[in-house]
Design a protein around this ligand. Structure first.
Ligand code: PEP
Length: 246
């Protein structure tokens, strides 16, 4: 909706070499910045985080990371810590994407620790929640999501909960094998998330097969405060066009 305060951004997931990342950044810097009221963000992979954040420092774009470990340092072969990604220029940390929950050890407990650790390092946790097709077909999505949100926030002090941004991403609707979700399927779950964070409030994004065709309609869903986008925004023109639509 015109004039509304929105977050629109993308995770590049496991994509982009340094030269591809630099081309993307160059395209953003050549274009108009996101208008005031729109927070535009990108979450590159760790290999290019410092470079991308360095080039976008001082611009209107926010940069974050797709994952970080909750321990500040130590014996964690292959991991990077919240401190390290913050030092590299991240201000946002994606936590609990369904791919990480399914394949890379983001248990509910790991998610809780990461959310707390991101806040301790003064970054915005971008918490992803979403039900499977199986849960949805049994009608259990409201309860599942309420529990997933409550669990993820368990270690966070009440007065900091509103700093957590929550992305509702139904697992069955994301990625190349996903079926786009309809606003009627999304709206009740967004309401459940809002009720779960009730007194504290939280920004809620929608993610999963967002395209230039469905973005405006998704942004009309009550309670949706932005979009979290994969494929459509892997090309800078896609991200810029989505921000224009908003
Ligand atoms: C995602 O995986 O978080 C996502 C939103 O992907 P896509 O937009 O490609 O469905």
């Amino acid at each position: 909706p015109a004039g509304a305060d929105l977050w629109i951004g993308t995770s590049w997931k496991m994509n982009k070499t340094r030269s591809e990342a630099n081309d993307y950044v160059a395209a953003l810097l050549a274009a108009d910045p996101p208008p005031s009221g729109v927070t535009g963000f990108i979450l590159p992979p760790h290999t290019v985080l410092a470079e991308v954040a360095g080039r976008l420092a001082g611009s209107a774009w926010s940069v974050g990371t797709q994952n970080a470990n909750w321990r500040p340092e130590g014996a964690g072969t292959g991991e990077v810590s919240m401190r390290m990604v913050r030092d590299a220029g991240a201000s946002i940390v994606e936590i609990g994407h369904s791919e990480r929950r399914a394949e890379y050890g983001d248990t509910d407990q790991a998610v809780q620790r990461k959310v707390r650790a991101a806040l301790e390092e003064s970054m915005t946790p971008l918490l992803c929640v979403g039900e499977s097709a199986e849960v949805r077909s049994g009608g259990g999505q409201d309860r599942f999501i309420a529990e997933q949100v409550a669990s993820a926030l368990e270690l966070v002090d009440a007065d900091r909960r509103s700093e957590v941004v929550i992305a509702y991403e139904p697992i069955w609707a994301i990625g190349e094998h996903g079926t786009p979700a309809e606003p009627e399927q999304i709206a009740p779950v967004v309401r459940v998330i809002a009720e779960t964070v009730a007194e504290q409030g939280a920004r809620i994004l929608y993610g999963g097969s967002v395209t230039l065709q469905n973005a405006s309609e998704l942004l009309q869903i009550p309670g949706v405060g932005g979009l979290f986008v994969g494929r459509t925004a892997w090309d800078p023109a896609g991200l810029l066009a989505l921000i224009d639509l908003a």
